[in-house]
Design a protein around this ligand. Sequence first.
Ligand SMILES: [Zn+2]
Length: 69
Amino acid sequence: MPRPLVVGDCWLCDRSGVSVMFLGPVQTDSGTAPFDACEPCVLRLEVRVFAYNTSGPGSRPADFRPSRR
Ligand SMILES: [Zn+2]
């Protein structure tokens, strides 16, 4: 099920007024906050998550393209 998009601020690229999706809570030494990211940033994260889950930390397969969207 696709995550809903809302208009907001991307916490990765700092763009405002863009379509973002909630990725989960982020925890830092300052506390916990909702973590939203825009679609281009989510796609970059998906590449990293895929690489981490298939080849381990630090790997980045060049041929991976997310299938959705
Ligand atoms: Zn972004």
